[in-house]
Structure formats: C-alpha cells, structure tokens
Write a protein that binds this ligand. Structure first.
Ligand code: CP
Ligand code: NVA
Length: 306
C-alpha cells in the first residue's frame, strides 16, 4: 500500500511520475476533458485545521475524476479520544478509496496510515506539507522548463512548507537556501534526516536575506506564524521584521527571479501587496496547480495500490 505521509515515501523517480501524471491531466483539462478514471470512488478528508486550497482542490480533483468526497473534522471522526486511532483508521478506510488528513501531529498521520487499508495523503501537518511541495515543483518546472540547478531561496521560517521544499529540492537536484532569523532555522534533526536520505543535497541555512536572494531563481515565503502558533505571533513578528519579501528585496535578486507563496498570505507582513500582485508573482498559478497535482497524485496512488 502506497501512502504520501512525507515526500520520503516516494523515490525521486516516483516523484517525477506523479508530476508527469499531473501535467498530463492538466493538459487534458485544458482540452476540455475530465477523464472519468475513478467513477464511484470515495475520498474521505479528516482535518483538524482550516483549509481553503487543500480541502477544496482534493475534493474538486476527485469530482473531476468521477468520484466524490466526504469531509469530517478529526474530532467528529472520533480522533479526539472517542475511539482508538487504529479502530477509526480501519473503519473509515473500509468506506474510502483515498484518505487525506490535515493534523498538528505528523506522527498521527503516520500511525493512521499503518492501519489504513487505502492510501493516506498528508494534507499538512506541523512538520510536512508534501502536496504543496509537489505542486511547487510542477509550477517551477512549468515556468523554468526544468528543476535541476534551479536555486530556490526561502525567506522565512524553517517550517512544514520549507522542510518539504528542502526534501523536494534534494530529490530533484535543486539548490535551496533558507534565509531565517536565528532560532527559526531547520532543526538539527531535520538536517540530519535530509543528509542521511539525500547526502548530495544542496541546502544551506543563512541569516541574511539580501545576500541570499542575489543568486535566486525563485524567492519563496510563507507565514511567520503557522496554524497552531497564533499565541507566538507577536514574538515572531518582531523576530522576522527584517525578512519581509518587499520591492527592495526583489530588487536585490536577478531580474528574472520569480516570487512564490503557498498561501494563505498575510499581506503586509511576510510579503507586500506590490510583490504579491507583481508580474513576477506566480502565486495563483501555484494555487491552481493544487488541483492538477491532486488529480495526478490520486491517479498515481490508485494505480499503484491495486
Ligand atoms: N497552501 C495551502 O495548503 O492552503 P490551505 O491551508 O488553504 O489548504
Ligand atoms: N506554514 C503554514 C502553511 C499553510 C498552508 C501553516 O502551517 O499554517
């Protein structure tokens, strides 16, 4: 049984197969075709955090492919202690063909997947956001023609999004620089995992965003306080004050460098309106690609789970 709890569940070759499947289905849709690959199939989504893009792109993807989606919060589903995790996973996976989950704990998704009889996809945890990273690879490949050799500079927090991008970069020959304030870098534990799985990775962690973007092909940022960190937002706002992606920072980068953000954005904090809405911003291509990536991922996972 194949799951996607983290990008480490895929080999680099499998990762490219998912991207290619997504690209094929995107082109099909451009031609007006919605191949009915999965009539009657059921997507169950179990979320404990809010979502616009992830939840709706997954459900739309399943509808495009001929199936349908059911949504429940993790608490409604019984993961608040009403039942054991293994009982919930066994029961719900007997109704579903694919399960997506959004949780605080990465471990919860990995434990759930062990008891599930159908593929489980991580739709964001505190530590990983693999579907966002896969979507970002698809978007970068479309805009740049290739992945290998591209330099992605992530200006912000060493969080779920940047960690998954670092794994994605290591798997595809990209260079990734995290420009973060002291105390918000990748953890030593993450760096040793990355190095043990992909010793050839080209990941650097620096503290000077202006210097970092000088050789960037892509400048990427995300919120300074992730879901669950609201109580720490003020402290983070102060710590990240010099890490805003604004016109001056874009000016320090090569003229061809593009701007990316997984969204939702806090306009005026990590990024200014003029950057978000500039011709160099590809944030809405990223958001649209969540749909195409979800279709490619469902198709690939179900093909590999028969
Ligand atoms: N980028 C992303 O995952 O957005 P949502 O939180 O709206 O799903
Ligand atoms: N780092 C953000 C990503 C949201 C899609 C969060 O976890 O809230």
């Amino acid at each position: 049984m194949k799951h996607l709890t983290s990008l480490l569940d895929l080999t680099p070759d499998e990762l490219l197969q998912v991207l290619n499947r997504a690209e094929e289905l995107k082109q099909e849709l451009r031609r007006g075709h919605r191949p009915q690959l999965f009539p009657g199939r059921v997507l169950v989504q179990l979320f404990e955090k809010p979502s616009l893009r992830t939840r709706n792109s997954f459900e739309a993807a399943m509808i495009h492919l001929g199936g349908a989606g059911i949504f429940q919060t993790t608490a409604e589903a019984g993961l608040n202690g009403r039942e054991s995790l293994s009982d919930v996973a066994k029961v719900i996976s007997s109704f579903a063909d694919i399960i997506t989950m959004r949780t605080f704990s990465q471990q919860l998704i990995e434990d759930f997947a062990r008891y599930s009889s159908c593929p489980v996809i991580n739709g964001l945890s505190d530590d990983r956001h693999p579907c966002q990273a896969l979507t970002d690879l698809l978007t970068i490949r479309e805009h740049r023609g290739q992945l290998s050799g591209q330099h992605l500079v992530f200006v912000g927090d060493g969080n779920n999004v940047s960690m998954s991008l670092a794994l994605a970069a290591a798997m595809t020959g990209m260079q990734l620089t995290l420009a973060a304030p002291a105390g918000f870098e990748f953890t030593a534990q993450f760096m040793s995992l990355l190095t043990s799985r992909y010793p050839q990775h080209r990941t650097a962690v620096v503290h000077d965003p202006v210097q970092a973007v000088r050789t960037a092909d892509i400048i990427y940022t995300d919120v300074w306080a992730s879901m669950g960190q609201e109580a720490d937002a003020e402290r983070r706002r102060r710590a990240f004050a010099g890490f805003q992606v604004n016109a001056a920072l874009m000016q320090a980068a090569p003229a061809a460098a593009l701007f990316m953000h997984d969204l939702p954005a806090k306009r005026g904090l990590e990024v200014t309106d003029d950057v978000m809405d500039s011709p160099r911003s590809i944030v809405f291509d990223q958001a649209e690609n969540r749909l195409h990536l979800a279709k490619g991922l469902f198709a690939w996972l179900l093909d590999h789970s028969r």
